[in-house]
Write a protein that binds this ligand. Structure first.
Ligand SMILES: C[S@@+](CC[C@H](N)C(=O)[O-])C[C@H]1O[C@@H](n2cnc3c(N)ncnc32)[C@H](O)[C@@H]1O
Length: 202
């Protein structure tokens, strides 16, 4: 008779190889003045990547977005944003608070390509930031099939003060897990944002 394991096996780090690789890529392009890890810090990514780069490292406490929002300006220039769902709320706060002119971000997006694949609903936050409808089937098909292009757009909308210098995108593998995306980017502060003005969504 088949035996089933009844304990709940929480998979915090699916696609471990991809997650490590995108973080190592960030370190190749940005010499970290410090690392801020906002979802589940001091976990596998800390042990496998951040701890080894020997930069100052800190993690969020409690809800990531609330914690970031309470930080004032942030001096670190590398950000690990590894939620189960959307990284965009945290990225908006990081965009508004990072002091450095050039930052690296390593993110998991468990939302945008998933809602596009399932043709469910664009989350309210992304609707508002990007001016998208809740359920536009053509848009969803386009997001699913041309995710990197739409990712660039969403980053532009949530972090208007930054331009994308480099971007890498990797999809999960498997019927459902392909909806999860791992991406990393090197972002440069736009000149207007360096003077305190915010840019626009392009
Ligand atoms: C994919 S795991 C992160 C794994 C981690 N980066 C590592 O290296 O092991 C997502 C983490 O986010 C945490 N989390 C979920 N919702 C959160 C929230 N609103 N604020 C902060 N952390 C949250 C979960 O408890 C979980 O530890």
């Amino acid at each position: 008779m088949a035996r089933f394991k009844l304990t709940f096996n929480k998979q915090n780090n699916s696609h471990l190889g991809i997650k490590i690789a995108i973080r190592e890529w960030v370190l190749k392009h940005v010499a970290p003045s410090g690392v801020v890890d906002v979802y589940g810090g001091r976990g596998v990514m800390f042990n496998r990547v951040w701890r080894l780069c020997a930069a100052p490292y800190r993690t969020s406490c409690g809800d990531a977005v609330s914690w970031l929002s309470g930080q004032g300006s942030i001096v670190e220039n590398v950000f690990d944003v590894d939620p189960y769902a959307s990284p965009y709320e945290a990225l908006e706060v990081i965009g508004g608070r990072a002091e450095s002119d050039r930052i690296g971000i390593a993110c998991t997006d468990g939302t945008l390509r998933r809602v596009a694949m399932m043709r469910t609903k664009i989350p309210r936050f992304i609707q508002d930031k990007c001016g998208w409808a809740e359920r536009d089937l053509q848009l969803m098909a386009a997001i699913y099939h041309q995710y990197p292009k739409f990712l660039r757009h969403v980053i532009g909308c949530v972090m208007p003060g930054w331009s994308i210098e480099r971007l890498i995108v990797q999809y999960g593998s498997g019927t459902w897990r392909q909806a999860t995306v791992y991406f990393a980017a090197i972002l440069k502060k736009r000149p207007a944002a360096q003077n305190g003005a915010t840019g626009s969504c392009d």
